[in-house]
Design a protein around this ligand. Structure first.
Ligand code: ZN
Length: 64
Protein backbone atom coordinates (compact mmCIF):
# COMPACT_ATOMS: atom_id res chain seq x y z
CA UNK A 1 0.00 0.00 0.00
CA UNK A 2 1.07 3.57 0.47
CA UNK A 3 4.57 4.23 1.66
CA UNK A 4 4.91 6.25 4.80
CA UNK A 5 7.74 8.25 6.24
CA UNK A 6 9.07 9.80 3.07
CA UNK A 7 8.05 13.12 1.68
CA UNK A 8 7.44 13.50 -2.01
CA UNK A 9 7.53 16.64 -4.04
CA UNK A 10 6.12 17.62 -7.37
CA UNK A 11 7.08 20.74 -9.28
CA UNK A 12 5.01 21.91 -12.17
CA UNK A 13 8.16 23.22 -13.82
CA UNK A 14 9.46 19.65 -14.03
CA UNK A 15 6.73 18.65 -16.45
CA UNK A 16 7.35 21.46 -18.88
CA UNK A 17 5.69 24.51 -17.32
CA UNK A 18 8.95 26.26 -16.67
CA UNK A 19 7.23 29.53 -15.80
CA UNK A 20 4.92 27.94 -13.27
CA UNK A 21 6.20 28.04 -9.72
CA UNK A 22 3.49 25.83 -8.32
CA UNK A 23 4.71 22.86 -6.36
CA UNK A 24 3.30 20.38 -3.94
CA UNK A 25 4.56 18.15 -1.20
CA UNK A 26 2.83 15.07 0.09
CA UNK A 27 3.28 11.61 1.46
CA UNK A 28 2.08 9.59 -1.49
CA UNK A 29 1.30 9.85 -5.18
CA UNK A 30 -2.28 8.87 -4.45
CA UNK A 31 -2.64 11.84 -2.15
CA UNK A 32 -0.95 14.26 -4.53
CA UNK A 33 -2.39 13.30 -7.90
CA UNK A 34 -5.87 14.74 -7.35
CA UNK A 35 -4.34 18.07 -6.32
CA UNK A 36 -2.04 18.05 -9.33
CA UNK A 37 -4.97 17.26 -11.61
CA UNK A 38 -6.90 20.09 -10.03
CA UNK A 39 -4.03 22.52 -10.59
CA UNK A 40 -3.50 21.36 -14.17
CA UNK A 41 -7.16 21.89 -14.97
CA UNK A 42 -7.64 25.24 -13.23
CA UNK A 43 -4.34 26.89 -14.10
CA UNK A 44 -3.28 25.23 -17.33
CA UNK A 45 -6.71 24.17 -18.59
CA UNK A 46 -5.28 20.73 -19.08
CA UNK A 47 -7.21 17.57 -18.52
CA UNK A 48 -4.81 14.83 -17.52
CA UNK A 49 -4.98 11.69 -19.58
CA UNK A 50 -3.27 8.41 -18.71
CA UNK A 51 -0.08 9.35 -20.49
CA UNK A 52 0.15 12.68 -18.68
CA UNK A 53 -0.47 11.00 -15.33
CA UNK A 54 2.43 8.66 -16.04
CA UNK A 55 4.58 11.66 -16.87
CA UNK A 56 3.59 13.31 -13.61
CA UNK A 57 4.30 10.18 -11.57
CA UNK A 58 7.80 10.16 -13.05
CA UNK A 59 8.25 13.80 -12.03
CA UNK A 60 7.35 13.18 -8.39
CA UNK A 61 10.57 13.00 -6.42
CA UNK A 62 11.37 11.85 -2.94
CA UNK A 63 12.76 14.59 -0.77
CA UNK A 64 14.72 14.11 2.42
ZN1 ZN B 1 1.43 24.75 -13.02
Amino acid sequence: MEATGSTKQFRCANVGYSECEWHLEGNSEAEMLPQIEDHALKVHHLELKDQAVEHIRNAIRDVA
